[in-house]
Each structure stands twice: as C-alpha cells, then as structure tokens.
Write a protein that binds this ligand. Sequence first.
Ligand code: NAP
Ligand code: GFB
Length: 327
Amino acid sequence: MSSNNVILVTGGTGLVGQAIKHVIETEPEGSRFAKLPGEKWIFASSSEGDLRDPVQTRQLYEKYKPTHVIHLAALVGGLFKNMKYKLTFLRDNLLINDNVLEAAHESGTTKVISCLSTCYPLDENKIHTGPPHQSNFGYAHAKRMVDVQNHAYKEQFGHNFTSAIPTNVFGPHDNFDLEDSHVIPGLIHKCYLAKKNSTPFVVAGTGKPLRQFIFSRDLAKLFIWMLRSYDDVEPVILSVGEDEEVSIKEVADAIVNALDFKGDYTFDTTRADGQFRKPASNKKLLTLMNGFEFTPFTEALDLTAKWFLENYDTARTGAAGKKAAAQ
Ligand code: NAP
Ligand code: GFB
C-alpha cells in the first residue's frame, strides 16, 4: 500500500470501528498493524450519512474520496433484537451493503473489505450451505449476500472487493443496551445494575450455548492485516480457534468475577438460547498470517468491564439502562 491512501471506515463509531481507531492511533511506527506515513483514516458515523440512502452514500464518497473502504456499518444486535426485527435487519443491511459497494464501484475505490457474520457453522467454503438459524435469518441472509455481490463485482468489473467473517465480538465502545445488545455487554450492564441495586443477576436462557468470542482490538489488527495483505474475493474467518469456545455460563461467571458481584445469580430458562453453537475455523487466517497472538478471554473481558465502569456516563446503555441506574 502506498502513502496518500484514504481509508474510510463506515460504522466507524461502533464497537469494531472504534477498536480499529484505537489500534491505528496506538500501534508504534513500524509495527505490523501501524498507520503508514501519509495515510488518512476516516471513521464515519451515521450522522455523516445514512447509508440506507444511495444519495447520502454517494455524498460520503464524494466528500472523502476513499481509496480503500473498511465497511462495518450495519444494523447490529444480539439474539433478542434479531428475533424482533427480522425484516428491518434484512432490508436495512441489504440497502446499506448495496449502496456502499455500488458507490465504491462508481467512485473507483481500489479496495473494499465488508463484514459478514457467523450465523451458521462454517469454514470459508460453507457460508451458502443450508438455511441460517431461524432466530436471525433476516440479518444472516443480508450478510451472506455481500459475498455474492463481491463475486459479481469481481467477475463483471474485476474489483478487489472482499469480506471478513468475525465471530462474536466484544470490547470497549460496545452497545451495552439491556435488551438489544449482544450477550457480553448486556450481561456486564445487568451485573453492574444487580450489584448497584442489590437485585438478582439474571442471565437469559440455560447458559449452555457455546460461542467463540473475539476481542475487538484483536479483530481490529486482523482487519488492518486484511487491508494491507489480503487481495482475494473469498472471505476469511477472523476468530480465535474452535477449541476456544466458551459457554454462556462461563461468560456470566467471568463477569461476576470482573465486577466482584456477590449477590444472587440465576438463569431465566423461559428465554431463548438461540443457536446452540456455531463453530468457525480460523485455520485459513492463521495459515495466511503465519500465526497471530490473541488476547486471553478473561484479560479482554476484565478490560471491557473496566472500560464500562469508567465510561458509564457516555457508554451506549440505552433508555432502560439509564432508568434502572437512576433507581
Ligand atoms: P455497532 O457497534 O452496533 O456499530 C454499528 C455502526 O454502524 C455504528 O458506527 C453506526 O453508526 C453504523 N450504522 C448503523 N446504521 C447505519 C446507517 N443506516 N448508516 C450509516 N451508518 C450506520 O456494530 P459493531 O459490533 O461494531 O459491528 C461492526 C460490523 O461487524 C457490522 O457489520 C456487524 O454486522 C459485524 N459483526 C459484528 C459482530 C458483533 O458481535 N458485534 C459479529 C460479527 C460481525 P452510529 O453509531 O453513528 O449511528
Ligand atoms: O450475543 P448474543 O445475543 O449472540 O448471545 P448470538 C446470545 C446467547 O447469550 C444466547 C444468551 O444463548 C442467550 O440466551 N444470553 C444470556 C444473552 N443473557 C443474555 C443477554 O442479556 N443478552 C443477550 N443478547 N444474550 C447474535 C446474532 O447471536 O450474534 C446476530 O443474533 C449476530 O445475528 C451476532 O450473528 C454475532 O451469537 O446468539
């Protein structure tokens, strides 16, 4: 990559976008993941342009003239939000992805890395195999379609559009909403409130499902590696190994430890578990990168809980969270 590149990160204000910003601003010069001299990074928020709208999307490209795009913007949420808004997840994400890729095509952007999701067991060859889980089929189909779009742009125009497939992500700047968030930020917030208000800490579901969690700042480094070194249309799974699966109960235990919570702790088994597991292989990633050292899960979880406590007033805690905290 040459200097004078302009890298536009859509969804730059979110969990993953802010982690990339952190790495770009803190990695020492010369490191594998550092900013290159002359490079300009833009972290766009939805207030700069609603990417569901083609005109606003084009305007964003006209404003920054990106040579490269890391496309993270999406309607995102945990299991319970996905179950409630299937059509909105499908439509918003189809619109956003179509607008971002077409604007990149029209403006001659050199490279786009988009973001898929692991909504079914997979290695890179299985993303179109079988239906997604019913709990999140709206989001899952929209995400899968990006891979189809990337192949079509490549075959018709030769474009360097590709995609990353992260497993479940967590870290600073996550969405800590009580109902709509993913499990780690949701449970950190719930445990914080249980401790503060001396109420029970209630975990949704049985606690038995398994997930592969990746720390957002590790994921950020992997995106930067893809930007610099990966030029193939086929997606790459960005994840810890399949042997690093953790149960939701183990997640809840780690949060109880991180927040030093001593009260009652129960499972609400009337609530959904979602997919039992969705193992994803990181073999391709580790072979291409010649190895990568992931942050240990509990270390990253402690750092995230600490970030939440220190940034409670400005973190995304949602209206219900603010109300509960004021009790
Ligand atoms: P996030 O924290 O919810 O951030 C979402 C970002 O998208 C925000 O910057 C938001 O902007 C932007 N956005 C949403 N709707 C938009 C719109 N209509 N127009 C413009 N921007 C819009 O999400 P994240 O967890 O960082 O996710 C980043 C990417 O990773 C997404 O593509 C997601 O599907 C994927 N992913 C996430 C996970 C996970 O566990 N979190 C797992 C796998 C894949 P504002 O905040 O400014 O409104
Ligand atoms: O993070 P999460 O919503 O992601 O985790 P998914 C859901 C698991 O955690 C389920 C349990 O087994 C839930 O029963 N859980 C326990 C909770 N307490 C809570 C809580 O307070 N909030 C949440 N959210 N879960 C999402 C997909 O699925 O993962 C998306 O729906 C996307 O489409 C994303 O793929 C990465 O892994 O189940």
